[in-house]
Design a protein around this ligand. Structure first.
Ligand code: SF4
Ligand code: SF4
Length: 551
């Protein structure tokens, strides 16, 4: 167990309404007779209470974008955290949406040196994700707020649940498994959720663990600690009565996992009775599997057949690859239809545009003239674009002879009906559009490249670490004019593998190749002190080694 101050994220659960009904949801969605929606004052208090906290302030559900005041909440976060400083590459069409989201997460890391000791002790010198974060399943309401979300959140944890992901039963009692206190206390201490994930704030207070908060909501518990500044500095010895929620929680137990898409909750007998008492709608619908336990052993036929696991492992591998959280070819985020509009310049332009906006689909292909050949070319180009790229509805996309935009763009909303009515041509509209969101549809690949000024063109670089972080850094080296010469990975199974057209080697390879490179960049944004040490031991000069926050 650890203090919330040492966690990477503290969540604010703004609703438990959800458009999905996943198996073994951590918020027990579908079991509540009535969903909650946090009010604005509580949200404001929750955000303010985290003043001085060193990590991510998470906005969580259910599906948070279902909250009717989502926009107001996000604008408050913006007020608190300010505008994002780095270039918002999400304004450009995205072919690798989920990779770009991860890259932003990487960029959101800030070095938090000289703190008061409340920073997370991850051996990473307090190089941590920081700022507002969003947890979403990208349902129908996510596209509605796409622009606002990309403008506001430093990190997003997205899972569209289209690909399989696996959830462990949460509504499970250790007593039903006959686990005695002496075994249970160490298990609880090692609970992977509390040790890897988050504390939370619900409308009923602040909790040392997000599951405790969700259980308190479901079973109408006594509520959490007062939402006041610094509540999150409490230490495990201060958790007191809140620990009783662990007694009816399955996450520290060694059970099994079920595919979220099966939409079945696995519950132990005690929890089954508790769900009956609260008249759980999900149980009534027959979406609850009462797990049979004999002599402390879960019967084989009671377990979901899909996946086994060890509950006390450090991190829960509930989805195989991060990229699997998003199915690009089957996404709500793609533009599926659009209207075509041409309005001649002149006194009537604005009135006609307002009428067209009212009648059109969300996305509009606007022609500068009524030329038929232009129309056919434009449609072919746009159809090609929208089949592969996810577009930001806040961006005005420009091409020769036409423009492509969404009528839901914040720039248009800010202009408002009256100012649109007074415009004489689309150029008037374009002049009032948020400048950085007017983007030519030229070489999208070039526009979306991840470049870093700290990479010196012509210098030779080695990357130590060939995971996702290493791949971001390789992009940065290549796109900024540096020369990648080879990669190092301590994992022997990667020896000889291709990495961006270069070869991955074991650290021993460095012995004979110290002069082949000018700089070595550590391609890992949490374990870099450990890798730094390994590189020094392998004989690399300290002055050649760059940490990820130095590029
Ligand atoms: S999408 Fe998330 S919150 Fe919604 S039911 Fe699934 S696991 Fe629960
Ligand atoms: S057992 Fe459950 S309530 Fe207790 S710390 Fe773990 S996840 Fe939280």
């Amino acid at each position: 167990m650890r203090s919330p101050a040492d966690m990477q994220t503290i969540q604010i659960d703004i609703t438990n309404a959800c458009n999905k009904a996943c198996s073994n949801c951590t918020r027990f969605c579908g079991n509540h007779k009535k969903c909650f929606f946090m009010d604005f004052d509580t949200f404001k208090r929750a955000v303010d209470s985290l003043e001085g906290y060193n990590g991510v302030t998470g906005v969580m559900g259910g599906e948070p974008t279902l909250h009717p005041e989502f926009e107001r909440f996000v604008l408050y976060l913006r007020e608190k955290f300010g505008e994002r400083k780095e270039t918002n590459r999400m304004i450009y069409p995205q072919k690798e949406f989920i990779k770009e989201i991860r890259r932003r997460e990487f960029e959101s890391h800030v070095l938090r040196e000289g703190e008061d000791g409340t920073g997370r002790d991850c051996g990473c010198g307090n190089f941590k994700m920081y700022g507002p974060g969003l947890w979403s399943n990208m349902g129908d309401t996510y596209p509605k707020y796409y622009e606002l979300i990309q403008d506001s959140f430093n990190v997003q944890f997205l899972n569209d649940h289209i690909n399989a992901s696996y959830h462990q039963p949460g509504l499970f009692s250790r007593k039903d498994l006959g686990i005695p206190d002496e075994e249970w206390i160490p298990m609880r201490e090692k609970c992977w959720i509390q040790n890897e994930w988050s504390a939370t704030i619900t409308p009923k207070g602040a909790f040392f663990c997000e599951i405790a908060g969700a259980l308190d909501m479901l079973f109408d518990g006594p509520g959490g600690w007062e939402i006041e500044p610094g509540w999150w500095k409490r230490k495990p010895e201060d958790f007191g009565g809140q620990l009783h929620w662990c007694e009816i929680c399955g996450f520290a137990l060694d059970t099994f996992m079920r595919d979220a898409g099966e939409e079945v909750d696995d519950v132990s007998p005690t929890l089954y009775e508790m769900l009956k008492k609260i008249d759980s709608p999900r149980l009534k619908k027959g979406h609850t599997n009462l797990v049979k336990i004999e002599n402390g052993v879960i019967s084989k036929e009671s377990k979901a057949p899909t996946k086994g696991f060890a509950a006390v492992s450090v991190a829960q591998p509930y989805i195989e690859h991060y990229e699997d959280r998003f199915n690009a070819s089957n996404s709500h985020l793609l533009v599926h239809k659009y209207s075509t509009v041409h309005i001649p310049e002149g006194d009537d332009f604005g009135v006609a545009l307002n009428k067209a906006l009212a009648e059109a689909d969300a996305w509009i292909l606007f022609f500068d003239n009524g030329d038929r050949a232009l129309g056919e070319r434009a449609k072919a180009e746009i159809d090609g674009l929208i089949s592969k790229y996810i577009l930001n509805p806040g961006t005005l996309h420009l091409a020769e002879g036409y423009r492509f935009f969404s009528k839901n763009a914040l720039s248009l909303r800010k202009l408002g009906f009256d100012r649109i009515a007074h415009s004489r041509s689309f150029d008037d509209i374009q002049k009032a559009w948020q400048k950085e969101k007017v983007v030519p549809l030229g070489d999208i690949g070039e526009l979306t490249k991840w470049k870093r000024e700290s990479i010196i063109p012509g210098k030779r670089y080695v990357i130590w670490g060939t995971g996702l972080s290493g791949s971001f850094i390789a992009d940065a080296v290549e796109h900024s004019g540096g020369k990648l010469v080879f990669a190092i990975d301590i994992d022997p199974s990667k020896d000889g593998n291709d990495f961006y057209g270069y070869v991955t080697h074991q650290p021993s390879y460095l012995n004979e190749h110290m002069d082949d490179f000018d700089y070595m960049i550590i391609g890992h944004y949490s374990r870099f002190e450990e890798i730094h040490q390994q590189a020094l031991e392998a004989g690399v000069e300290d002055s050649k080694i760059l940490r990820p926050y130095e590029i």
